[in-house]
Design a protein around this ligand. Sequence first.
Ligand SMILES: Nc1nc2c(c(=O)[nH]1)N(C=O)[C@@H](CNc1ccc(C(=O)N[C@@H](CCC(=O)O)C(=O)O)cc1)CN2
Ligand SMILES: Nc1nc2c(ncn2[C@@H]2O[C@H](COP(=O)(O)OP(=O)(O)OP(=O)(O)O)[C@@H](O)[C@H]2O)c(=O)[nH]1
Ligand SMILES: [Mg+2]
Length: 446
Amino acid sequence: MFDDNTIVAIATANGIGSISIVRLSGVNALEIALKISKKSNFQPRLATLSSLYSKKDEVIDEALVLYFKAPFSFTGEDVIEFQCHGGVAIANMIVNETINHGARFASPGEFSKRAFLNNKIDLSKAEAISKIIEARSVDAVKLLARQLKGELTSFVNDIREDLLFMLAYTEVSIDYAEDDLPSDIFEQIKNKMDKIIVKLSNTLDASKRREGMIEGFKVAIIGKPNVGKSSLLNKLLNYDRAIISDIAGTTRDTIEESVKIGTHIIKIVDTAGIRDASDVIEKIGIEKSIEAINEADIVIALFDNSKTCDSEDEKIIDLISSNKEKEIIKVLNKSDLENSFDKSLISDFIELSTKQDINPLIKNIETILDSNTHSDEMTLVSKRQVSSVELTLSHIEQSIMPLDSGELEFFAHHITEALENISNITRPYENDQMLDVMFGEFCLGK
Ligand SMILES: Nc1nc2c(c(=O)[nH]1)N(C=O)[C@@H](CNc1ccc(C(=O)N[C@@H](CCC(=O)O)C(=O)O)cc1)CN2
Ligand SMILES: Nc1nc2c(ncn2[C@@H]2O[C@H](COP(=O)(O)OP(=O)(O)OP(=O)(O)O)[C@@H](O)[C@H]2O)c(=O)[nH]1
Ligand SMILES: [Mg+2]
């Protein structure tokens, strides 16, 4: 499973910058660096300015060389960093030189994978590293930095400890007579169990609410044709992105754009107006609108305040009132014109005009996003983590009945499963395949 080749990659972004870093990790890292630099030694953790040479003895660059001696490095192996002049040419020449001396290209995530296998980081930290690079908002970085520092690791360890306590109970109660056990052991277990269930459920809830934090929350604008959805999109973006016209059915496909609201980066989706259309293309557009609602964290339902509410508006009202999971913001647009919409049909709406000020709506969106993000609750940051917690919770719930009825083998079975599932977040028991999938998603050089 584990190969001990020395691996190499450019760790910095591909492009023009003042410095690039080439990272080398493995048993031959030092030897290769010494050959390229013609030095006799590097002192660990000291930056050494050094010329680097090609096999033909041509100077490649004047670079800083850093040596991290195993096991005190990011990967736990000998690591060399060449901090060279920027751009892609020099860094690639250095990479080629290390390959000439026996290194091989690292695959995406391979440095982090080695760090994991050498017990330098657990999976939750590896995931935080991979996501923090892609994070697009301050809030997302803050959340991931907490995970990088080990918050999720401790969360998992606490739960593991409780589950191990429960397993130990089943072991001793098989070996010892009931009288020898503490009289309140059953209550203790019940108590721990209740607490874990609350803890895991809260974490799942909080994580669902914050799902959009890393990739950006999605806000979908829906409504019947011609109510001003594209006008609202343009106004939120502050430029004319979508075509606007007084012809119903102008927008036929969904349009997605990013914009910053407060400290949040969100994706706004403008949709085709929802109505009973006969046109094939328009029908597809409408299906996509419904899909956009399903994928959104927040739905802005738009109505035309200058018209009376018709059956098409009622369809939208039905659609949103049957959806209890999403945050829905109801907006009566075109309020600059004479108001004709029957307001008793909807509650908690915002009246505005895309021709005027839409700040009340922006504030409303910001408040929802703030409440979804600002809190100290433990948050999971990947589908992998969420499904591990869901499975853990399910097994703990399934262990209650056998515990009550004294079927301790069944109880122990479910607790063991719960233990395995919660451990998947940090350090899985059997892991080969999962590790390949997970680290394969990393960017190169990590
Ligand atoms: N130049 C450079 N900057 C970088 C990194 C890097 O690898 N190189 N990092 C890469 O992600 C991040 C920093 N993370 C790191 C984590 C651990 C170790 C490390 O050498 N750990 C050793 C020694 C610890 C110590 O001396 O305190 C260890 O854990 O044993 C290095 C970087 C961000 N900045
Ligand atoms: N008076 C007034 N007109 C508006 C307002 N918002 C949009 N309009 C007009 O309403 C018409 C339709 O606007 P769009 O933004 O294209 O509407 P839409 O909901 O995207 O329409 P479809 O893409 O066809 O579903 C255009 O003529 C806009 O100028 C508003 O607040 N007040
Ligand atoms: Mg439109």
